[in-house]
Design a protein around this ligand. Sequence first.
Ligand code: TXE
Length: 531
Amino acid sequence: MASTFETRIFINNEYVEAKSKDVFTIHSPADGTLISDQVHSAGEQDIDAAVDAAQKAFKGSWGRQDPIERAKAMFKFADLIREKAQDLARLDTLAMGSAISTQTMGYRIAADLFTYYAGLADKIHGEAIYPTSTGPYKIVQREPIGVCAGIGAWNVSSILFAWKVAPALAAGNTSIFKPSEKAPLGVLALGPMIKECFPPGTINIVNGAGKTGALLASHMQIRQIAFTGSTATGRKIQEYAAKSNLKRVSLELGGKSPSIIFEDADVDLAAAKTAESTLMNTGQICAMASRVYIHETIADDFILRLKKAFDAVDQRNAIGDPLAETTEVGPLADQAQFDRVLSFLEIGKTDGELVIGGARRGQTGLFVQPTVFKNVARDSRIAKEEVFGPVITVQVFQTEEEAIKLANDTVYGLSACLYTKSIARALRVSREIETGSIAINDWYFPSLGAPFGGVKQSGYGREGGMEGLNDYLQTKTIQIKEVAVLPNKRSRADCQRNQHQYYLVMKSILRSTFDGNVRKRRASVGGQLVS
Ligand code: TXE
């Protein structure tokens, strides 16, 4: 297939061929056709060139720009992304198979993220700490960090790009973004829009796989790196940062999110929301609720309704060609992800009881059936590891304490769902759940103004909201000592002249005082000089 899209890398507002001469290949997961075998992969010299461009923009045209001008550029960029959302989405859908409706929503959210952070660009204030008994006056300035890098996973390149680049730019930093090698084309196509809105070097996009990512994470001039992907790669990123320049790191590493459905829940709602979270982006969403814990009295009813919800998607022909506008569920991202999910299906069949799905769907493309296992052994890999596909496990519980214990029995801590009609119970249980986000009577979906991120081995750092901006700012504290200030600005010579005049004045005062005293004493001793 001829290239009808950009495959080079984007540095200093120009598309350039990678000096590394390396290229990689992308096949359509929907039907196996070749999308491109000429996607350029950035090597060491290319990353150095991107860092140089970003450094110059940071020290000049972008970093020194008036914040209100930065905001205007970002607002304009947001509008351009919004206008072209579907065209950009098409490129990611071609590469990684997610439904075009889902990926279009991704670019609209990315546009909104730029709008949101543009609004904050001129509202970055510091604080003043007044003199107290423990110290002098201090001003705390919040400053940009420098050249920042972002590395994205493949599930929604658009949102991951905006989460990392928009707050970085609003804070006055410049950015280098590496989309996943499985879905680089949409973000790469932003080049002309970037050029229309920003000075050269402000945003640079470099393609490539792990080797390119490692170059970014190890670079001595990059001051901050934000990563979304697997826990295993997250550990490496942290290691590269530690071994290079101790750059700041933030990690979003997916999860194994629990969903607790209590006996007083609206079971229809719980089933509908669970189906939605399982099928959205074909289950390739980090916050997907993949471990369901349900009260034993409503488990059978829930599974029945869940099956109905999956069947309804099938009946309206919403699983299939990801480029069709009516499609809601496409194939998995690539052969490796497909093989990984199928291997989990086999594990589930051995370690649990298959109740829905359990196999590939059709013979063309990398489609799998939505799948549910119940009564899976607690230590089974399918109960512990992130599958990243439309696969869930269902386990029953009897008491609230038991449900909390089961939900927290994981190394991950990204998000959780609670289904109950009791707000008191929802808030009580929320306090006990070890995650960065919790949805009550819904599945968790990040929003612009709220921080999103994990605890435990789901990572650290937050994206979205003011917290997301703070990750791209560092404080500088300026101490001020109070000193006596002369009323007017005077030169040293002026001061010396003043000192001399002061001396003369004092001398004449002292002399007149002395003379006066002498006269007084003369008078008192009958005109005799006594001293
Ligand atoms: O992730 P990787 P993959 C999970 C999910 C999935 C698994 C693998 O469980 O099955 O991760 O997905 C770059 N130094 N999530 O293979 O390998 C890589 O090029 C620097 C959860 O995509 O971690 C890509 O850009 N960078 C998740 C990015 O890291 C490296 C979403 C992610 O790749 C690198 C996606 C290295 N050594 C997958 N090796 C979520 N949290 O949403 C790879 N990369």
